[in-house]
Design a protein around this ligand. Structure first.
Ligand SMILES: Cc1cc2nc3c(=O)[nH]c(=O)nc-3n(C[C@H](O)[C@H](O)[C@H](O)COP(=O)(O)OP(=O)(O)OC[C@H]3O[C@@H](n4cnc5c(N)ncnc54)[C@H](O)[C@@H]3O)c2cc1C
Length: 221
């Protein structure tokens, strides 16, 4: 159980409409698809990367557990606050498609974007985002990247890791990192985005993801 002074701090930071510690919210955010359940101490809806950074920095200094969460459809328990703490829920604010770059064939999205919303948006302009987990109607790109989700089209087109070009993320101490670029010929240095893929929120909180797109197939079967 975290001290009420911490809840007050977060309330001042994000506004009382973006933090909940009532029983209904704690129960709603205690589940994922594993059917295990562990209640957090509070649920926070960060409005932007600055909020994520400030929250992580404060939690790091005060040894408060943070669990990032997309749609809670994961089967690994990664979104479960098994030791309490704060659930950082991305679906309310950090859910925007920021850019569809036709020239470089990439989409830049916030982590709370729902997979199917991205698929529809890029198909409208003649492009295609292949990873299609069966949870595509509700699972988020942040969750897809953090679980390296695959889907029915994986055998032909590959899985999420094959489409992540770049990431922005917040480290536990609040520092923001940028890794990768929107161009294919970005080959220098460590593949930091690659380390974040499938890391289930254990290393950093993703705040922006650049995804490779391909031309929309002329036919589907
Ligand atoms: C009916 C059903 C069908 C499914 N089909 C498939 C399938 O075909 N293929 C497949 O691979 N999976 C499938 N899944 C599993 C699940 O949907 C995927 O793992 C999906 O990628 C999880 O996304 P989510 O938004 O629900 O993430 P969540 O469950 O909320 O979180 C998953 C993990 O990602 C982390 N996370 C979320 N957002 C962030 C962030 N911004 N930064 C850092 N970490 C973050 C969480 O901490 C957690 O560890 C299915 C699940 C269901 C219920």
């Amino acid at each position: 159980m975290i001290d009420t002074k911490h809840i007050e701090h977060f309330t001042q930071l994000v506004g009382d409409e973006n933090i909940y510690s009532d029983k209904a919210h704690l129960i709603a955010y205690s589940y994922d698809a594993t059917r295990e359940h562990f209640e957090p101490d509070a649920v926070i809806f960060p409005r932007n990367e600055e909020d994520v950074s400030a929250i992580l920095k404060y939690c790091n200094e005060h040894k408060i557990i943070i669990v990032p969460r997309g749609a809670g459809s994961g089967f690994t328990g990664g979104a479960l606050p098994s030791h309490g703490g704060i659930v950082l829920a991305m679906e309310k604010h950090m859910n925007k498609i920021l850019e569809i770059d036709m020239k470089n064939m990439v989409a830049i999205v916030q982590p709370g974007v729902i997979n199917m919303d991205l698929q529809r948006a890029v198909e409208e302009v003649g492009l295609f985002y292949p990873p299609d987990p069966a949870s595509q109607d509700y699972s988020t790109i942040g969750g897809n990247v953090s679980e390296n989700a695959g889907g029915m089209r994986a055998a032909k087109y590959g899985i999420t890791k094959d489409y992540v070009m770049a990431t922005r993320a917040v480290l536990p101490n609040g520092d923001v990192i940028k890794a990768g670029k929107r161009t294919i010929k970005d080959v220098a240095g460590y593949n930091i985005s690659g380390i974040l893929i499938a890391s289930e929120g254990t290393l950093a909180v993703l705040t922006e993801i650049t995804l490779k797109l391909i031309p929309k197939p002329k036919m589907t079967k």
